[in-house]
Ligand binder design. Structure first.
Ligand code: SAH
Ligand code: DHB
Ligand code: MG
Length: 249
């Protein structure tokens, strides 16, 4: 089965960028992602409209897959999250999945550098009926995170890190300051086609993720792991970190 819109000439091995030398796309991964979306009912008018608006605005199509969006939604529900922080909004696709996990008195704060992306995301969240629970803050995430700390906001129950990869180490530090024991920190794109096991990889994004993974692995404030993933978005992985009782470094 060839999914609609799929380029049959799409290469199997990436030949440039941080994923050079690694699988870029495998038809079967795409087909299984389609199977998951169809069988678990992971698409709807609101999500389709959000992606359509993002395509129309010329934005990169790098949102999480529907299966991962649903997974984030289920995690948030499983921990009874009332306050969720997202770093890297894009068009608000993952924001919709996360905000849908919240009760009406819950709150999603999502941070986005680009004013244009933020506006598309606000429109998408409004169309989803989630504008009352979701707040998009524009600016460099480190500044927005510092502002949240300065405001003395209540700790977040869950944090989803998915912005610029160079910033991940900083985002982890800020997330820990905005967390409590029991907070779940999730981070996207921590495998990058396997590039992250190469110590001397030339790409600064890979180096940012490498540092982030090292921090997660060695920081006694968290218990963490990484799950590798394949699918319509290629070969990557997602990190999970549980903030522990004793947060002293
Ligand atoms: N979570 C989204 C995808 C995010 S893509 C989803 O799955 O639907 C990464 C986003 O991070 C982009 O919109 C990019 O503009 C934003 N970004 C890049 N650098 C940033 C920074 N320094 N601070 C905040 N956002 C940043
Ligand atoms: C990129 C960023 C992402 O968050 C992602 O999921 C995939 C790709 C990127 O910057 O290329
Ligand atoms: Mg991502």
């Amino acid at each position: 089965m060839v999914p609609e819109g799929r380029d049959p000439g799409r290469p199997l091995i990436a030949n440039e960028g941080p994923l050079a030398g690694y699988p870029a796309a495998v038809d079967r991964w795409d087909a299984v992602d389609d199977f998951i979306v169809d069988n678990f009912d992971l698409d709807d008018d609101v999500l389709r409209a959000a992606v359509k608006a993002s395509v129309a605005a010329g934005m990169p199509q790098i949102q999480v897959s529907a299966a991962l969006g649903r997974f984030l939604n289920l995690q948030a529900r499983a921990i009874g999250a009332r306050r969720i922080l997202e770093i890297g909004t894009l068009a608000g696709y993952s924001s919709i999945w996360l905000a849908r996990a919240l009760s009406p008195d819950g709150r999603l704060v999502t941070l986005e550098l680009s004013a244009k992306h933020a506006q598309v995301a606000r429109d998408n969240l409004a169309r989803a009926g989630l504008d009352a629970v979701a707040e998009v803050r524009v600016g460099p995430a480190t500044e927005s995170l510092a502002a949240l700390v300065a405001e003395g906001v209540e700790p977040f129950d869950m944090v989803f890190i998915d912005a610029d990869k160079e910033g991940y180490p900083d985002y982890l530090e800020w997330s820990l300051r905005l967390a409590r024991a029991g907070t779940l920190i999730v981070a996207d794109n921590v495998v990058r086609g396997g590039a992250i096991i190469e110590p001397d990889h030339a790409d600064s994004r890979v180096q940012g993720i490498r540092r982030f993974n090292e921090m997660l692995a060695s920081d006694s404030r968290v218990a963490a792991t990484i799950m590798q993933t394949v699918g319509a978005k290629g070969y990557d992985g997602i990190a999970f970190a549980l903030v522990l009782e004793n947060k002293a470094p």
